[in-house]
Design a protein around this ligand. Structure first.
Ligand code: ZN
Ligand code: MN
Length: 432
């Protein structure tokens, strides 16, 4: 029996939500806009137009690199990646080749090989027999994260991507909305049989965590079947068909040298000083890992922590609610109690504000206190007014309990719950 080990790496493209594009002043807010209205000679690739790099996009890429525990080299540069495709009007993409902004990081025990900055392409729209091109997306800042092949299962791949997604949202550098294509996922997969596999299959442009998981599982099974026959899977790029839940062959994989990378002559190299990098590191916001620890210290349940930190709006709501409690000096509402309302009662954080939630919790507590006082007084009254029924009960006619429950319900005008009242009555009659 052979043992098979899946070896998985990831490439992730994320569109940054800067106001302007990467190398020109056109608006980068392209989604849903009238085609070819966010364009200029630079992002249309007209001859002679000169690129000017977007400072914010560079800062954000470095922020992301730091959040992924990367080293930021003091010297970086842009390069031209040459290839022909209709959505790339210049005939090359400005990207980074051998000297990216960030290298050698890690996240969830997965090595981060590099984080680099490049520009997005235009969008092809296929209509019947013809294809239209919209250049609104051309030149939008695109950050690419490349991992080492350190992932060994589809579950781990999904968990890694979800944590990366959270980090990007916490850094507030992209909406990372997969439905709009602002975060695009590309796993590369091979299956080892003891020795290092000499092939790799890349699945392009997947737009959900679940699809990545399914595509990886599909590929692992496909490779095993081929390896089982003593053959080696073909090194290639494949697409993902979400309706059929299968991958399909697209093209044989290009080697890096096919792109004829060379330094971008129109943009000078970038130099970062040690203290600039240190300052950027000091200014990083708290990340999901930090928040996980903080909520753990508050005594929250692990499952609830994961749900709360998964969405930054929910986390903010939770923290604000906790703050309301702290400022009010109320000691009766615990962090876990707030979490219960957020997680189990699924209150709508868009419609309610944290202060209202706390008021509602306090009111509920007071109400249940009041109604339990009313119920216990009513029980005492009913017991002293129904000696005959009590004697029957003590004599073994336990069915009479329902009559007593009815009396209590009547006396409290329906406050309290019949099951609860029954339990209280039984306790009282048994133990006095
Ligand atoms: Zn432009
Ligand atoms: Mn890329």
């Amino acid at each position: 029996m052979k043992t098979y080990e899946p070896i998985i790496g990831m490439e992730i493209h994320v569109e940054l939500k800067t106001r302007s594009k990467m190398f020109c002043s056109c608006s980068a807010d392209w989604f849903g806009k009238k085609p070819n209205t966010h364009t200029c000679p630079v992002c249309l690739g007209l001859p002679g137009a000169l690129p000017v790099p977007n400072k914010i996009a560079i800062e954000w890429s470095i922020k992301l690199g730091l959040a992924l525990n990367c080293k930021i080299p003091s010297f970086s540069k842009f390069d031209r990646k040459n290839y022909f495709y209709p959505d790339l009007p210049k005939g090359y993409q400005i990207s980074q080749y051998d000297q990216p902004f960030a290298i050698n990081g890690n996240l969830k025990k997965v090595g981060i090989r590099r984080v680099h900055l490049e520009e997005d392409t235009g969008k092809l729209i296929h209509q019947g027999d013809s294809t239209l091109i919209d250049f609104n997306r051309s030149g939008v800042p695109l950050v690419e994260i490349v991992t080492e092949p350190d992932i060994h299962s589809s579950e781990d791949a999904k968990a890694f991507l979800q944590e990366l997604h959270r980090i990007i949202r916490y850094l507030d550098i992209s909406d990372a909305d997969m439905e709009k294509g602002s975060m695009r996922l590309e796993p590369n997969i091979s299956v080892g049989t003891g020795e290092v596999p000499d092939y790799k299959v890349e699945v392009k442009n997947i737009n959900s965590f679940n699809f990545v998981k399914k595509a990886i599982d599909y590929e692992i099974a496909r490779h095993k079947e081929i390896l089982e026959k003593g053959q080696v899977p073909v090194q290639e790029t494949r697409g993902w068909d979400e309706k059929k839940a299968i991958t399909y062959s697209q093209r044989l994989k290009e080697k890096a040298h096919d792109y004829r990378y060379f330094p971008e002559p129109d943009i000078p190299p970038l130099i970062f000083k040690e203290k600039e990098i240190k300052r950027a590191k000091d200014q990083l916001p708290k990340l999901p890992g930090d928040k996980r620890r903080e909520l753990k210290e508050l005594g929250l349940k692990d499952d609830d922590i994961e749900i709360i930190i998964d969405d930054i709006a929910t986390l903010n709501f939770f923290e604000q609610a906790l703050n309301v409690v702290r400022l009010s000096g109320n000691r009766e509402i615990s962090a876990q109690e707030i979490a219960n309302w957020l997680v189990n009662k699924k209150i709508n954080i868009d419609k309610q504000n944290p202060k209202d939630l706390i008021m509602a919790i306090i009111a509920k507590k007071q109400n249940s206190q009041i109604s339990s006082d009313i119920v216990s007084k009513a029980i005492d009254k009913v017991i002293s007014a129904n000696q005959k029924a009590i004697d029957d009960y003590n004599g073994g006619k336990t069915g009479v309990i329902m009559f007593l429950v009815g009396q209590v319900m009547g006396a409290t005008k329906g406050k309290g719950d019949a099951q609860e009242i029954r339990k209280l009555l039984e306790k009282k009659l048994t133990y006095g």
